[in-house]
Design a protein around this ligand. Structure first.
Ligand SMILES: [Zn+2]
Length: 499
């Protein structure tokens, strides 16, 4: 029997982080005021005679997104009215863009690691990115349904992809990658839980060997977390597969995701775009952009996440995966770069003859300690990078001490934990807690003799050829010295004594 394959396209709405709303001077900021209908004016509530004025910054933000995603930027664009009635829409239509979006024909390529830790590459075509305005919010209460227009008129960017995604996991990773890009572009915080980024998926199944668009498209809405993107799509794939296996027809419809029940449910039969009776917005003139204007925005783009990743790999010798995790957490990556700049200064002044390999060792050590020990500490206490009390100077100091072999890795963890608590420099903690590594040969010899005398069974095993027995003895030495013995030296002394 032929298998079913899945094809997924995404529609992503993002609230842009401009200072004011899309067509009026009301502040843009949900949560600025808790009271309903405080952040509104005659334009965003559509009073008769009020005229919209487009927010230039919002248009620039959409262009930034388009340029980062390799889109063609339109030199001529316009706004259109999308007509539909809903109580959260004060005008009875939404100002949107129909046939002349600001961006078209883009592409995004990214890597991710799946659950089995295999590296995957994904390429997704971007059909279009356009600009529109957000709607108000309905609040269902005991007194009835109320409406809050604080959100109405907030600039909303809509991005539509080609049906290039093939699994629920890939779709989730795509959304995560988009959020990362929007955050690096500083156009939105794109927090899904706060509704600043809303993802919808178009899912259809087709029989292997047939055209990939031969299935019936089902639109999935109400997804408010990355996890829900994956779960919702997974559920839909199963639901549709079961129907097809029973020779039942898939209805072209919009379905919602119920997070509590872990199920999708039918919302409405899909409308065609002509149901919206789009026509050009008569109150706003068409917009024209010159090549120079577009180029000015292009050259002002910041370093993009994948560019930063490849710099970390190329210049600092980080693994692909470590580079990606660091870059994912922009603030952590910034902190990393501050520590690196301290280390570079140290190398320039005190260690000019250091080899490139050893220099990369310093960078890799920094990344490892930030991604394992530091992350662990932050997660446990639900802290963010801003809560790290350790200055980059002190963090660099710790890395130098580890690099020079003055403390081993288990002691380093103790020192780091103290640094978190006290915010002081590592040398101070090492002195105070007497944590410096023991390189004292005579002292280590004494301890080795004591351990050998107390563990005759292991000594015999070792002499019979059991190499592992020496590890046990080494563990005993570490126990006696509280982890402070220089491991190479202690091992050499042990083996000499066992000859
Ligand atoms: Zn307003």
């Amino acid at each position: 029997m032929k298998k079913y394959k899945v094809t997924i396209g995404m529609e992503v709405h993002v609230e842009l982080g401009t200072k004011s709303k899309m067509f009026c001077s009301c502040r843009n900021g949900i949560g600025l005021t808790k009271k309903a209908n405080q952040n509104i004016c005659e334009i965003c509530t559509a009073q008769p005679g009020a005229l919209p004025v487009p927010n230039v910054k919002a248009i620039e933000y959409v262009m930034r997104a388009g340029l980062a995603l390799n889109c063609r930027i339109a030199k001529n664009t316009k706004f259109d009215r999308k007509n539909y009635f809903y109580p959260d829409l004060p005008k009875g239509y939404q100002i949107s863009q129909y046939d002349q979006p600001i961006c078209e024909n883009g592409q995004i390529e990214f890597n991710y690691w799946d659950k089995k830790r295999n590296k995957k590459n994904s390429k997704v075509g971007i059909t279009r990115i356009h600009l529109e305005e957000d709607t108000g919010k309905l609040i269902h209460s005991k007194e009835g349904t109320l409406v809050d227009f604080n959100r109405a008129g907030i600039p909303l960017m809509e991005l539509v992809t080609e049906p290039d995604l093939n699994s629920s996991e890939e779709a989730k990773q795509f959304c995560i990658e988009l959020r990362r890009i929007f955050r690096y572009l500083k156009i939105s915080t794109a927090d899904m839980e706060k509704g600043q980024m809303r993802c919808e998926a178009n899912i259809s199944l087709y029989k292997e060997g047939k055209d990939k668009l031969s299935g019936t498209k089902v639109e999935l809405k109400n997804i408010n977390s990355f996890k829900a993107v994956e779960k919702g799509i997974e559920y839909e794939i199963k639901r549709q597969t079961n129907l097809l296996k029973k020779n039942k027809k898939i209805i072209q419809e919009t379905r919602g995701w119920n997070n509590k029940k872990g199920k999708t449910f039918s919302q409405r039969i899909k409308e065609n775009s002509d149901d919206y009776r789009y026509f050009p917005e008569p109150d706003i003139l068409p917009l024209k952009f010159t090549k120079e204007e577009i180029n000015r925005i292009k050259y002002s783009l910041p370093e993009l996440p994948w560019e930063r990743e490849s710099r970390f790999i190329r210049q600092m010798g980080l693994t692909e995966q470590n580079a990606k995790i660091l870059v994912d957490y922009e603030e952590l990556a910034n902190y990393f770069e501050q520590v690196i700049s301290e280390l570079d200064d140290w190398v320039k002044i005190n260690n000019k003859d250091i080899s490139e390999v050893n220099k990369q060792k310093l960078y890799k050590l920094t990344a490892n300690y930030l991604l394992t020990e530091t992350q662990k500490h932050l997660f446990e206490k639900e802290l963010t990078v801003k809560d790290i009390k350790i200055t980059p100077e002190n963090f660099a100091e710790l890395i130098k001490i580890i690099y020079k072999g003055e403390i081993n890795s288990s002691v380093a963890q103790v020192v780091l934990l103290e640094m978190f608590k006290q915010g002081t420099d590592p040398s101070h903690i090492i002195d105070e807690k007497k944590l410096a590594q023991t390189n004292n040969e005579r002292e280590l010899e004494k301890i080795a003799e004591q351990v050998i005398a107390e563990n005759q069974k292991s000594v015999e095993d070792y002499k019979k050829g059991k190499e592992n027995a020496v590890r046990f003895l080494m563990g005993q030495v570490m126990k006696v010295t509280q982890g402070k013995a220089n491991p190479q030296l202690a091992m050499k002394i042990l083996k000499d004594k066992l000859k």
